[in-house]
Design a protein around this ligand. Structure first.
Ligand code: BGC
Length: 788
């Protein structure tokens, strides 16, 4: 049923609604719906998870909305133990395509593919009658230990924002709304509803909020979901600064803010902060809100505003419905394979051990349970009950029909006696050992962070042991995020699929045997050891506060600044071919705040097979005014090349993306001076570079006050001249005397007022000096507004 209703009619409806009806409208109905209002003919809408597949719980959505059972039913999903098998865990969930999870898909750096994912998810939502899918999740992968990092895309906000925008556009252009989540700083699952992420404003703006802002600007999601955690000691669902000042006033967002499920602790406070919709239904929270409106603690205007936003959302949702839609699950399975194939990252390939050539092999030994029970997704509310699952061992057998392939579990090697002897003999006789490794299943998911970065039970030790016997051990990893690899130097090849979805088994086999040339690149840094993780010293927080001690230096920004060698750097991934970069040009040598600069360069496939290369552009400011990372990602492109082929690649970069945030000025600013654009195959493999000049206001390092050291006042000629004129006039000085005075002041470590008073007495009062400096600040502020 569509709902053709004009804005005027919607406003009219609002005037007819009672307070109770409005309160019901801004609260959920059951676990997954908004409320229908039969008196006024207002329809409902239906939402469900998740971030890489549709989780349609038959009992919860189609069953009776029995309030007593709701919470238990909801928690049973969040706490589901996937290790007991997807079927038993999701028996009451409709089968839907399980696509590669966020941390996997992002390695494709492929925005067209991300859009296709959105389209496919929309088609399945349409077939199930779902109006809003509760994703994508775009929190920054600050630490690989984070339980939900498998849902999220990257440690970098630009890449995160671009992928999210593509997924959202794919969904929403097909009539299904997105929920950009979890706003903001849900970067760990430790005490996730009480822990406060304590983040300095620059890091918030430049890293943690930036991905959300980018996705919102590019794709305008229907809803944004506030997170469970507190941010700088305020519950995000109740944070007026976050939900109103930043999200709406600064970014101009006009959609609905929905709470995370039971994330609201104080409903009136959340309503006043700008959290429109409270999910799921809670009788007590509805009552709290009703009382607060009656008491005037929440104004009718505030309630009306949220109510109207939700009515508009319901209209959008109803009008997006495609009646009798059917999803083509076979096509989507093929898409899940293609996505996995584009996302697999080849991390090591000693002596071109891969691809395997079946005609040259007699025996392959496959090790690890994940070869027969593939680990394709994380656990928690994002999980999907797959329509079908490609089994790696079967796929391998299909691609190497003449090869003798045997399979052993890790336990076989620990069994002692004849089983162990058989397994070891198989390894010794094999031409290649394919080791399917994984992290603990069911643990690394929603609700709990990992405790370490090792593989599950004994796998690290067994890989080490087998690689001491066999030169060709190929490790295939299914992990939520980075793992450590104590055995990395001793194995022949490593590839990582992360949680690659239901088609990963086939994609892995294609990569192993070369019908797919791997082209994925990492979207996070892999540390050598857990202690190298940025923020390690203050993780996971204590006393309900988690201080993000690395500030803006998240991920590669940290490893670069500290000159730490990672196990594998951000942006890294190998191919079966090789690429050369050349002829970098930029279309302007000077840029300013309104520029869009185009970089162009050639990439040549210098190897013997077709392949894709993901080229990255980083910006490196030479003399930043504030502390800044050495380099930051500013653009990327993925190019497909036949052997010998050269293509010219163009990447456009807007000046706005080159800015940093100055909390003192409360503005985004451009650094004046030289800036080098680096074009690289990874963040640690820069191939070409070009320096341009940035024209921007040269700003004082700090906002000036009477205690500022004089050198700060003289930092810029403009301010120095103003100050000189002020002294001349107030102290009645000649030109020569004024210059002497400035010279004297320049060497003082005392504040500017005390310094002047020391020589000239109290002629200029503190208040007068303060007023002068304020006007100087303002003058520079004016310049600032123009420049930024
Ligand atoms: C999760 C959200 C999810 C919601 C509904 C919460 O526990 O944090 O990501 O969308 O539940 O299942």
């Amino acid at each position: 049923m569509t709902w053709n209703i004009s804005d005027k009619e919607l406003a009219g409806l609002l005037t007819q609604m009672s307070i109770e009806e409005k309160v019901a409208m801004v609260s959920g109905h059951g676990l997954w719906r908004t409320v229908a209002n039969y008196r006024l003919n207002i329809p409902e809408l239906l939402m469900t998870d998740g971030t890489y597949g549709v989780r349609y719980s038959i009992e919860q959505i189609d069953g009776a909305h029995d309030a007593d059972n709701q919470l238990a039913s909801f928690l049973s999903v969040v706490n589901t133990d996937l290790s007991t098998g997807v079927d038993s865990a999701f028996g009451s969930t409709r089968p839907a395509t399980c696509f590669p999870n966020g941390s996997s898909l992002a390695c494709s750096w492929d925005l067209d593919l991300a859009y296709e994912l959105g389209e496919a998810l929309a088609a399945e939502c349409q077939a199930f009658g779902v109006n809003i899918l509760l994703g994508p999740g775009v929190n920054i992968r600050r630490t690989p230990l984070a339980g939900r990092s498998y849902e999220y895309y990257a440690e970098d906000p630009l890449l995160t924002g671009d992928i999210a925008a593509a997924v959202i556009s794919g969904l929403q252009r097909n009539g299904v709304g997105a929920s950009l989540k979890h706003f903001a700083c849900n970067n760990s699952e430790v005490q996730r509803t009480t822990m406060s992420s304590v983040v300095e404003e620059r890091a918030l703006r430049e890293i943690y909020l930036a991905g959300f802002e980018r996705a919102i600007r590019k794709s305008d999601p229907w809803t944004v979901m506030s997170s469970y955690n507190r941010l700088n000691d305020v519950q995000t669902a109740e944070d007026h600064w976050l939900l109103t000042e930043v999200l709406r006033d600064e970014w101009g967002y006009d959609g609905v803010v929905v709470s995370d499920w039971h994330g609201i602790k104080d409903r009136p406070a959340s309503m006043n902060a700008g959290n429109d919709l409270d999910m799921p239904e809670s009788g007590s929270r509805k009552q709290e809100l009703l009382t607060a409106v009656e008491d005037g603690q929440v104004s009718m205007e505030t309630l009306d505003r949220s109510c109207l936003r939700i009515l508009k959302l319901v209209r959008l949702a109803r009008n997006g419905v495609k009646p009798n839609a059917e999803a083509d699950f076979q096509k989507h399975h093929a898409l899940s394979r293609r996505m996995a194939a584009e996302s697999i990252v080849l991390l090591k390939n000693e002596n071109a051990s891969l691809p395997l050539l079946p005609e040259k092999l007699k025996r392959i030994t496959v090790v690890g349970a994940a070869a027969v029970e593939p680990v394709i997704q994380g656990s928690g509310c994002a999980t999907t009950r797959p329509t079908e699952v490609d089994i790696p061992l079967e796929e391998i057998r299909k691609r190497a029909p003449g090869v003798d392939i045997d399979y052993h579990t890790v336990a076989d090697f620990e069994a002692g006696g004849s089983s162990e002897a058989v397994a070891l003999a198989a390894v010794d006789a094999a031409d290649a050992v394919l080791f399917f490794a994984n992290t603990e299943v069911g643990y690394d998911g929603e609700g709990s962070d990992r405790k370490h970065l090792n593989l599950h039970d004994g796998q690290d030790a067994l890989i080490e042991r087998l690689s001491a016997r066999k030169s060709k051990v190929v490790v295939i990893l299914a992990t939520p995020d980075a793992v450590v690899m104590p055995w990395a130097d001793h194995v022949a090849a490593v590839l990582v699929a992360f949680f690659g979805g239901q088609g990963a088994g086939s994609a892995i086999a294609d990569v192993l045997f070369g019908s797919q040339n791997p082209s994925g690149k990492l979207t996070v840094t892999f540390p050598v050891q857990v202690e190298d993780i940025p923020g390690y010293l203050t993780y996971p927080g204590e006393g309900n506060r988690h201080i993000y001690s690395e500030g803006i230096h998240v991920g590669y920004r940290f490893y670069d600044k500290r000159k730490l060698t990672p196990l594998f750097p951000f942006g890294f991934g190998l191919s079966y071919t090789s690429f050369e970069y050349s002829n970098l040009s930029v279309d302007a040598d000077r840029i300013d705040a309104s520029s869009t600069i185009t970089l162009a360069f050639d990439i040549t496939n210098t190897g013997s097979v077709a392949g894709k290369e993901i080229a990255q552009v980083y910006a490196r400011p030479h003399q930043p005014r504030l502390i800044r990372p050495i380099r930051e990602l500013k653009g990327f492109a993925k190019v497909s090349l036949e052997p010998g082929e050269t293509k010219r690649v163009e990447i456009k970069i807007e000046s706005r993306d080159l800015r940093y945030y100055d909390p003192q000025y409360r503005r985004w600013l451009l650094d004046a001076g030289s800036l080098t654009f680096e074009v690289g195959a990874s963040s640690r493999d820069i191939r070409l570079e070009r320096t341009v000049e940035v024209e921007a206001a040269a700003l004082a390092s700090t906002v000036l006050n009477v205690e500022s050291q004089p050198f700060l006042v003289f930092e810029h000629e403009f301010a120095r001249q103003r100050f000189r004129a002020f002294l001349k006039q107030r102290l009645d000085l000649s030109d020569q005397e004024a210059d002497k005075m400035l010279e004297y002041c320049a060497g003082s470590f005392l504040g500017i007022h005390k310094t002047v008073a020391w020589v000239a007495g109290e002629t200029i009062s503190k208040a007068e000096m303060a007023a002068f400096l304020d006007s100087l600040n303002k003058e520079m502020g004016m310049t600032l507004i123009k420049a930024a």
